[in-house]
Structures are given as C-alpha cells and as structure tokens.
Design a protein around this ligand. Structure first.
Ligand code: 8OZ
Length: 365
C-alpha cells in the first residue's frame, strides 16, 4: 500500500493520509477580509487531504500585505470562515487555519490609515507585493517597539482563539517565506539590539512567544509551525542558517507543537546545493516531532520520503490547486491536471473550483 495513504496521528487527531494540502494564497477574499463566495466549495473539494492548511490569513489589520487576502481578526471574518470549515468537515476533511502577519512585506495602501508596515528592524525588502493596481514595491517599514511586540503576540493569541471559534481543527503559525516571524528569525532582516535581536536565540524569541500565546488557546497537537530556512524569497538572508535554525528547533522543542512544516525548496533559493541535503537531514533528525516536508515533491519523491522516514507527511501546493482529489491520483499514479498559473492569485471561480477530479475527467480509471 502507498506510504502516502497511511493514516497519521497528530495529537488527538487521526488524519486519514499523509497527503496534506499546503497553505496557498489565492487572493479571492472579500474586501472585508472574509473568505470569498467560492472558498467553501474550493476547500471542501479538497477534503480528501490528510490535512488542509488554509491560505495564509492575517491576524490583524497591520498583518495584511496583499490585496484580497482573508483575516481572522474581526467578528465578520470569523463568521465568514464558519461555513468554509463546516463544508470541509461535512466532506470528511480536517482543516487548520494558517496564522499570518506579513511584517515588512506590505504597502501602506493596504494598511489602516496608510500606516507604514512594521518589522523587527527598519530595513526595507527589495521586493514587491500586489495591490489594487498590480505589483508595487513594498513600503518603507518601521521597527516595532517592545510594547508593540507584546501587543502583536497578543494578536496571535486572539487570532488563534478566533480560529477556534470559527471551528477550525487547529492552527499553523506562518514563520516562513520572509514574513514577520521569519524577519525576526534571520540575521539579514533583524538587527535589533534588544532581547529580540542579535544572537540566534534572541532572534528566535519572538517565534517562541508566539507559539506560547497560541498554546494558551490550543493543545500542542493542534498547532503547527511552518519555516523556510533556506529560502531567499522576499529578500531574506541569514549569515548562518545552520546556527539560526538549530536554535529555532531548540526553542520549538521546548514547546512541542504538533508538527514542524518545512519549505525545503523555495523560490530564489541561494544556498550551495551540496549543503542543502545535509541541512534538511540534520533539521529532520534534530526535530523529534512530526515533520511535514514541502517543496517540489511529486508522487515518487513523496512516497520515498515517507517510506524512508525523511518526512512524516508531504504538503503539496501547486498539485493540490489543480487536482482536488490529489491523494487518489498520487497513490494510484493517476494522471494529473496541470495548474494554470495565470489564475493562482486573484480572479473568480475559474482556476479555483473548476479543476475536475480524475473520475470527472473521464480518463480511464
Ligand atoms: C504567494 C503570494 C502571496 C503570498 C507565502 C503567503 O509565500 C504567501 C504568499 C505566496 O507564504
């Protein structure tokens, strides 16, 4: 039997298989930050995933960085998520909400009263975001004060509480891809001189305190953390990623969240390839909990990684956009629909809820 189809225990949850749906930004939420009209259909079509991780969802108005992304900080947003979660559960699925704060990857036009984005340090990323009019350079950020760091941690706690109120099965803390938590973690974006900057253990402090705030709301098995240690996406860099992420694993090991979700292969990676395989092998062996791998996995690599123990489950992104019934297709090596990149970010139901299942496509199965 396919190793990807083995059930997996995550805390008190028994998940049906190891083909997870990665968090995927789709920019189809309402202006209010409520999920859009097709979200319940989109997610419930994908309910055969062992676990769905929702698209990145902002924990506060200041955490927004792109047009039409959803939030989880208002009553309206919580009410908007409920039917999405219900539809997934009705279809037999499990779904975690991904908690997101973009930090410096934002544009003033997206923020309350045209505020400047916030970050660990006032260092602007060489990067872009997309707003109403298309792609724009990110705005100049300002550094968070110590008081603001505490209130941002409280925002994570409140958002975690809201996710529970909306009915989610758990939450994933987005600490990857160059957003706020990752900006604290890595030396290229954090030059603070206080307890949250400098040595790797200090740079990992913010993540630890966010995890702690979320664990005040959820039991550990219901909380995941996503990192992307070697990714250069969103202008990220680190003088010593081995040291930084060894400390991250130390800090997380103290809290024991349900899983660590690792983006192993990302856009704009700038790391010597010969060190890369070693890096993730070491990370995997240092982390004693459940390890979810992501990035460039197909059926064969996924099967191999789960059967040789280099991952406990695989999160698939692009393949899940195009193949709502991905676990069946991967485990039976069925044909795959090709994703349409032009409809990834923004738009309507086209390229969102209209990809056929294998059965619907009429190709012999
Ligand atoms: C693509 C476009 C906008 C945001 C990430 C939340 O990379 C994102 C994202 C991806 O984690």
């Amino acid at each position: 039997m396919s190793s990807l189809l083995q059930p997996i225990q995550l805390g008190s949850l028994t998940l049906a298989n190891r083909v997870f749906m990665a968090p995927l930004t789709r920019n189809r939420a309402a202006a209010s930050g409520s999920p859009g009209p097709w979200a319940a259909t989109y997610y419930s079509q994908r309910a055969s995933a062992g676990l769905i991780v929702s698209e990145a969802t902002q924990i506060s108005a200041m955490g927004k960085g792109y047009i039409n992304t959803p939030g989880i900080h208002s009553e309206e947003q919580v009410a908007g998520w409920k039917p999405v979660v219900d539809a997934v559960r009705q279809a037999g699925g499990r779904i975690f909400l991904q908690l997101w704060h973009v930090g410096r990857i934002s544009h003033s036009s997206l923020l309350p009263e045209n505020a400047s984005p916030v970050a660990p340090s006032a260092i602007k990323a060489h990067g872009q975001t997309f707003v109403e009019t298309g792609f724009v350079d990110v705005s100049e950020p300002r550094a968070l004060s110590l008081t603001e760091i505490q209130s941002t941690i409280e925002d994570y706690g409140r958002a975690a509480f809201n996710a529970k109120a909306a009915g989610f099965d758990g939450v994933e803390i987005h600490a990857a891809n160059g957003y706020l938590i990752d900006q604290f973690l890595r030396s290229g974006s954090n030059v603070r001189a206080d307890a949250y900057g400098g040595a790797a253990a200090n740079r990992a402090r913010f993540l630890g305190e966010v995890v702690e705030a979320v664990l005040n709301v959820w039991e550990p098995g219901r909380v995941g953390v996503r990192i992307s240690p070697l990714s250069a996406f969103n202008d990220m860099s680190d003088a010593n990623p081995e040291e930084t992420f060894a400390r991250v694993v130390d800090v997380l090991s103290g809290y024991r969240p349900g899983y660590l979700h690792v983006v192993e292969d990302a856009i704009g990676e700038a790391f010597p390839l010969d060190r890369k395989a070693d890096f993730f092998r070491r990370l995997r062996s240092e982390w004693k909990g459940i390890y979810i791998a992501n990035g460039g996995y197909d059926a064969e690599r996924g099967e191999r990684a789960v059967s040789d123990g280099s991952a406990d489950a695989i999160a698939y992104g692009r393949l899940f956009i195009a193949n709502p019934d991905l676990p069946t297709r991967l485990s039976r090596r069925g044909p795959l629909n090709a994703p349409d990149i032009g409809s990834f970010y923004g738009g309507d139901e086209c390229g969102y809820i209209d990809y056929p299942t294998w059965a619907e496509s009429g190709i012999g199965n």
